[in-house]
Design a protein around this ligand. Structure first.
Ligand SMILES: *Cc1c(COP(=O)(O)O)cnc(C)c1O
Length: 356
């Protein structure tokens, strides 16, 4: 395994205080991890260096053709003071799945997990401890060849940034309003929907912008071919409780395979609940809402963990779910996942990794 060279900053920044709202993705810690790839040499020169601007040719390929992948994960300050990561191996495996799709050279997953642990360990004092706060970790890889031609990059850089973030729900777990997107699609099978790559988010901005103008939090995407089957919500996977079945769309290439989704399915199964991954059409959902069988709906993702959906709009049809209140299954998943992440309950699944 490569050594990681460490160069500490001479100018540590003041840490944000409780008065700072810790708006998502705004404050960055003192250091970042950087590693280069050059054809013939592989990934090399792993280092932790002071956070700061990087130099890039204006011709850098990532800027023109979007050869760029990322991950999103968190380090949690447990109630007993330990620092925990949640299933970091799954993030690294997903990064390689994204890499493969975008012709980015694969990373050594174990080594990169160690790099994250080392960076988080150095930035330990940046991890806030107030209820619900955490250190968001953003690994990403970009192709940097100074060359305006469409082909896979031969020179890339892998960077990991960290930012302290506030509680997602400072006022408690309030259900959100979502509408079903009819004009735009996010991804199609055979495309890049299952990867965390920059272009997928560029493709989603227009719909998100229109949703916000209408006072909705996010959109519910339908499949790009028939515009019929439910895919996911903004940057979250989605679950519905219909009768005694908990349904989430099956992964078939256009949906992001969320780690919170995976963990929720494993938890629900461990509780003996009837959770199924299958196709679910918007017509089936609306029908279930009409006859009172749609009991709960919620999104899952690292940022919010569980985000209950209280109001869903499909054209002229409004589905009010559980009187706009959080349901018992959403609440139990939220309490259990956050309980494991913040070390409040015993991690019997072995999902957490302690950073020393
Ligand atoms: C990251 C992401 C998710 C959620 O994945 P987690 O691993 O649970 O954070 C869902 N959908 C999209 C589009 C995403 O980018």
């Amino acid at each position: 395994m490569q050594e990681i060279r460490v160069e500490l900053t001479d100018h540590p920044k003041p840490k944000p205080t409780a008065a700072d709202k810790l708006e998502f993705g705004t404050f960055f810690t003192d250091h970042m991890f950087v590693m280069n790839y050059d054809e013939g040499e592989g990934w090399h020169d792993a280092r932790i260096v002071p956070f700061g601007p990087i130099e890039l040719s204006p011709a850098a390929m990532c800027l023109h053709y979007g050869q760029s992948v990322f991950e999103g994960m968190k380090a949690y300050r447990a109630v007993d003071g330990r620092v925990l990561l949640f299933r970091p191996d799954k993030n690294m495996a997903r990064l390689n799945s994204s890499n493969d799709r975008l012709c980015i050279p694969l990373i050594d997953e174990k080594f990169c997990e160690k790099a994250i642990e080392k960076l988080v360990s150095i930035e330990k004092d940046w991890i806030p401890s107030a209820e619900g706060t955490s250190l968001y970790i953003r690994p990403f890889i970009i192709g940097i060849d100074p060359h305006i031609g469409v082909h896979p990059a031969r020179h890339l850089v892998f960077i990991i940034l960290c930012c302290p973030v506030g509680a997602y729900y400072p006022e408690g777990l309030n259900p959100v309003k979502i509408y079903v997107e009819k004009n735009y699609v996010r991804a199609v099978r055979g495309g890049m929907g299952y990867t965390k790559t920059a272009g997928n988010y560029a493709a989603s901005l227009k719909a998100q912008d229109e949703a916000e103008k209408q006072n909705y939090t996010q959109v519910l995407w339908l499949d790009g071919v028939e515009r019929k089957y439910i895919e996911e919500v903004g940057t979250m996977n989605v679950f519905f409780v219909i009768g005694d079945e908990i349904v989430t769309p099956e992964l078939q290439g256009s949906i992001l395979p969320g780690i919170t989704r995976m963990s929720s399915i494993e938890l629900l199964k461990s509780w003996g609940m009837n959770v199924v991954e299958r196709k679910i059409s918007i017509d089936e959902l609306a029908e279930a809402a009409r006859n009172g069988r749609l009991k709960e709906a919620f999104g899952t993702g690292t940022a919010a963990v569980i985000s209950p959906i209280g109001h869903l709009k499909w054209g002229d049809e409004i589905m009010d779910i559980n009187n706009g209140e959080i349901g018992p299954i959403s609440q139990r998943l939220y309490d259990t996942l956050t309980g494991i992440q913040w070390g409040k309950i015993k991690d019997t699944f072995g999902w957490t990794v302690e950073v020393k």
